[in-house]
Design a protein around this ligand. Structure first.
Ligand SMILES: Nc1ncnc2c1ncn2[C@@H]1O[C@H](COP(=O)(O)OP(=O)(O)OP(=O)(O)O)[C@@H](O)[C@H]1O
Ligand SMILES: [Mg+2]
Length: 267
């Protein structure tokens, strides 16, 4: 028995909620949100599985796991049928477990093309383990390729981080089109779970304008919580720590705690 399934509260949870953190635009705060939201959900007493579905491995290193020194990663679940249960690791934060990524995952985007049920591999692999968690959070790469399609097919909801910057809305209709296609053909239960505004700078009018614009577009799907631009949030990954450990009482921690509350209230 591995360390993660020998823990209290793992008796099977029919309500496990699977969230894909998606935006094909790069650098908008997907990995920062996946890492810190998983930590604050765990702080709120939830058992969380974080799946790093990005070959860049930023969520993996964000929790201090070495993405260069491992024999297996999520790639092996997608392409070698290795059960996810064999890939799940504790990250040293109570309540958070992870399926790491390595650079090997970069090949998956192409190799999946010829695989059987290529869009549903992650969903299939997740099925036997997801009852052990309250939340599964999937950090996606900045593209709408097969890795992201796998995340959308496996998920109940899409969590979209949007950076408070010019052109914030650019590309979002393409993203919503992908969500619609996956919903129609592969995963009828899929919904846009929420939109979180990131790197908000209260000193600029631009940030406020972008929030208003995104609210006009997404309405109540936009979380009340906005994530401030914070140097501490950008420093935490180089220490391999979520913000709750790196700077537990700072603005970044506080914001991600608020976001976790909203997320828990929405499911
Ligand atoms: N609220 C924030 N305040 C300051 N810096 C931030 C914040 N959120 C993210 N960053 C920084 O911005 C950069 C991009 O963030 P992140 O890696 O989370 O984005 P991403 O969408 O996952 O990127 P990619 O598309 O490459 O996967 C990182 O250097 C990160 O540390
Ligand atoms: Mg990322």
């Amino acid at each position: 028995m591995s360390e993660w399934d020998d823990m209290p509260g793992s008796a099977g949870n029919p309500a496990a909620h699977v969230l894909a953190v998606v935006n094909q635009k790069g650098g908008v705060g997907k990995s920062t949100t996946a890492v810190n939201l998983s930590a604050t959900l765990a702080d709120g007493g939830k058992r969380v599985l974080l799946i790093d579905l990005d070959p860049q491995g930023n969520a993996t290193s964000g929790y201090g796991l070495d993405k260069n020194q491992r024999e297996q990663c999520v790639y092996d679940a997608l392409l070698n049928d290795v059960p996810l249960s064999q890939l799940i690791e504790p990250v040293g934060v109570e309540g958070v477990f992870m399926v790491p990524s390595t650079i090997q995952l970069a090949g998956a985007e192409i190799e999946l093309v010829s695989a059987f049920s290529r869009e549903s591999k992650l969903k299939q692999m997740l099925e036997p383990v997801k009852g052990d968690f309250d939340f599964v959070v999937i950090d996606c790469p900045p593209s709408l390729g097969l890795l992201t399609i796998n995340a959308l097919t496996a998920s109940d909801g899409v969590l979209i981080p949007v950076q408070c910057e010019y052109y914030a809305l650019e590309g979002l209709s393409k993203l919503l089109e992908s969500v619609r296609l996956v919903k129609t053909h592969l995963n009828p239960g899929l919904e846009v779970f929420g939109v979180v505004m990131t790197m908000y700078d209260a000193r600029t009018r631009l940030s406020q304008q972008v929030v208003e614009e995104v609210k006009d577009f997404f309405g109540e799907r936009v979380f009340d919580t906005v994530i401030p631009r914070s140097v501490r949030l950008s420093e935490a990954p180089s220490y391999g720590q979520p913000i709750t450990i790196f700077d537990s009482s700072g603005r970044g921690s506080e914001a991600y705690r608020q976001l976790a509350k909203e997320v828990m209230a929405r499911v």
